[in-house]
Design a protein around this ligand. Structure first.
Ligand SMILES: Nc1ncnc2c1ncn2[C@@H]1O[C@H](COP(=O)(O)OP(=O)(O)OP(=O)(O)O)[C@@H](O)[C@H]1O
Ligand SMILES: [Mg+2]
Length: 219
């Protein structure tokens, strides 16, 4: 038996290890969502939280770039309606109101427990839609150290962008290395995690933020 943690559960778990996420809170209704977004500050993102939904976008469960209370109310209703129509049996824990993170480079970090080799950590140098297109990914047995993390990053095509392509702003490679090492440690310490996915991660000159986290556990 495999079980998927909700995004909220996965983020709460990983945050204890120092993985950085956007400000966020769970809302049960529109008024709660407005209170949370006023604390966070617009723009915000809304995402459905359900133990029965792994790919939120597929069921109309994600809205980004919400700029006002009115837009928030509309987006909230829209998500509830669409999700209930597309997945009528899904239990809904609420809707996550999250700080919207703009800019930066997108990369991904993943992990699996390989039946033969044990924990394996993955880095994708071109995140988002490019991952599947360019297969710009590299793997190592976990745990990895700082040197291996740097090797992983440097062997992707995306590194050319990350280090600042044609005078563009560079991404913070040190932070990225730390995230990779940390993820590999989590995989080693938690063999019950059979799959882990930090996708996308936005990386800037001075910070890194993980926008979505998925965790599959055994049993
Ligand atoms: N806090 C945020 N700030 C800015 N953009 C965001 C934020 N959260 C999500 N997004 C954008 O919305 C997209 C979809 O969100 P998310 O990855 O959480 O949903 P998903 O449907 O579960 O994704 P998938 O199943 O493809 O992994 C992200 O890839 C990202 O581009
Ligand atoms: Mg995602």
């Amino acid at each position: 038996m495999r079980r998927a943690l909700t995004e909220l559960e996965a983020k709460a778990f990983l945050e204890k290890y120092g993985i950085p996420f956007p400000k966020r809170d769970l809302a049960q209704n529109e008024n709660e969502a407005i209170k949370i977004s006023q604390k966070i500050g617009y723009p915000v993102v809304l995402k459905v939280v359900s133990p029965d939904i792994i790919h939120k976008t597929d069921v109309g469960g994600v809205k980004i770039g919400i700029n006002s209370d009115d837009e928030l109310r509309e987006a909230f209703r829209d998500i509830m309606e669409t999700v209930k129509r597309k997945k009528p049996d899904a239990r809904i824990d609420g809707i996550l109101v999250e700080e919207m993170i703009k800019g930066g480079y997108e990369v991904i970090i993943g992990g699996i427990q390989d039946p033969t080799f044990g924990p394996v950590v993955m880095f994708g140098g071109l995140g988002g839609i490019y991952v599947e297109l360019f297969k710009d990914v590299t793997f190592r047995l976990a745990p990895i150290d700082d040197v291996e993390a740097e090797e992983m990053i440097k062997e992707t095509k995306g590194y050319q962008l990350l280090k600042g392509f044609r005078g563009g702003e560079h991404a913070n490679i040190e932070l990225l290395k730390r995230l990779l090492v940390k993820t590999s440690q989590i995989l080693v310490e938690h063999p019950e995690i059979v799959e882990l996915d930090l996708n996308p991660i936005r990386i800037f000159k001075d910070r890194a933020v993980v926008l979505d986290a998925k965790i599959l556990v055994k049993g």
